[in-house]
Design a protein around this ligand. Structure first.
Ligand code: ATP
Length: 327
């Protein structure tokens, strides 16, 4: 696959290590990760359970600090940053999308998006108009006044993407964005993320176990035991029949799916995966940053984990993730 020579590095991680605990209970989920995310690209991060994906995503999103190594997001180094500075970088430069959507149930789609604008620290003259533009960008302006309970799973995830886009962060990080969705909605959401990633001022990284996401990737990174094992740009070729073949030479794509050792080839169909909204995705750039520094947290979770017993996602049967939730 050809690489756009004009692409910019929007996130750079160098020598990232992470240690949890001490003594006999110590674990090191990341062992020196170097990674750059470029503008205009959708990158997938895949790997076996426990390989460090969530920990890495949390560090890249300035939720966790690395034990060692340096992270630069949109030109801002986090080296030596205290919690407040990290939060500031996160609020202004990172948008998150979670598998469980994390919408406030008592707020409409528009209000959920406006809330994200509130946490950005630049002023927005008309947050209402900006929120509506972000919803238009994901094809949901007609659902602006609907409450989450009245939205389908796919619509909820599209609202979550609008929320992530609000304020035009440089980096969008998605944690298993299709895991709770059926095939059609999963394709719609991936097509939308793929469109979102085409913006030349934005990079998108999605952690996923879902092989249905492969056709949308510009780049696939495999992590295993805290180290990057491979970093490839899939050979995307459309056979003309609406099926995109994605070829990657990774031996352990994880999730119990690809199987085999040594080289394997993953193929996935994207069908016609139309994101009715996708063409307008760039318009989300119009959703401008806003005023106060308040950290919005989902009321239902108090900003923390939503992991529940037997709370498994529809596509993989895996337990829902435990990454802290930030708007
Ligand atoms: N807060 C923590 N304290 C101690 N150990 C942790 C903590 N968070 C993660 N770990 C450990 O770090 C390792 C990597 O975990 P991580 O959640 O990053 O993996 P993952 O690739 O996201 O896994 P999965 O696909 O199952 O979600 C695991 O061994 C996990 O138990």
């Amino acid at each position: 696959m050809t690489v756009n020579p004009a692409r910019k590095v929007l996130l750079e991680a160098s020598g990232i290590t992470k240690v949890f605990g001490t003594g006999a209970g110590q674990v090191m989920p990341l062992k020196g990760v170097d990674l750059k995310l470029y503008s205009g690209e959708l990158t997938l991060l895949m790997g076996p359970s426990g390989s460090g994906k969530t920990t890495l995503l949390s560090i890249l999103g300035c939720i966790l600090s690395p034990t060692d190594g340096e992270l630069t997001v949109a030109g801002q180094s986090t080296l030596g940053a205290d919690a407040e500075r990290l939060a500031d970088i996160r609020r202004n430069h990172v948008g998150f999308v979670f598998q469980s959507y994390n919408l406030f149930p008592t707020m409409t789609a528009r209000e959920n998006v406006m809330l994200a604008l509130d946490v950005r620290s630049k002023a927005v003259p008309d947050p209402n108009a900006d929120a509506l533009r972000a919803l238009e960008a994901v094809g949901l302006s007609h659902r602006a006044h609907a409450y989450p309970a009245k939205l389908s799973g796919g619509e909820k995830q599209r609202v979550a993407i609008a929320r992530a886009l609000a304020g035009s962060p440089a980096v969008i990080l998605a944690d298993e964005p299709t895991a709770a969705l059926d095939a059609e909605n999963g394709r719609t959401v991936m097509a939308l993320l793929s469109e979102v990633a085409k913006d030349t001022s934005r990079a998108v990284l999605a952690v996923t176990h879902d092989h249905r996401t492969l056709p949308y990737a510009d780049r696939i990174i495999l992590i295993d035991d805290g180290r990057i094992e491979s970093d490839e740009r899939p050979d995307k070729s459309d056979n003309g029949g609406g099926t995109t073949q994605v070829h990657i030479s990774a031996g352990h794509l994880n999730g119990g799916n690809s199987g085999g050792n040594g080289t394997s080839e993953s193929k996935a169909s994207n069908g016609n995966g139309s994101a009715g909204s996708a063409s307008a995705a760039n318009n989300a750039a119009a959703a401008k940053p806003a005023a106060n520094n308040a950290q919005a947290k989902p009321a239902s979770t108090n900003g923390n984990t939503t992991t529940k017993p037997n709370n498994r996602n529809r596509a993989t049967g895996r337990r829902r993730k435990k990454v802290k939730h930030h708007v």
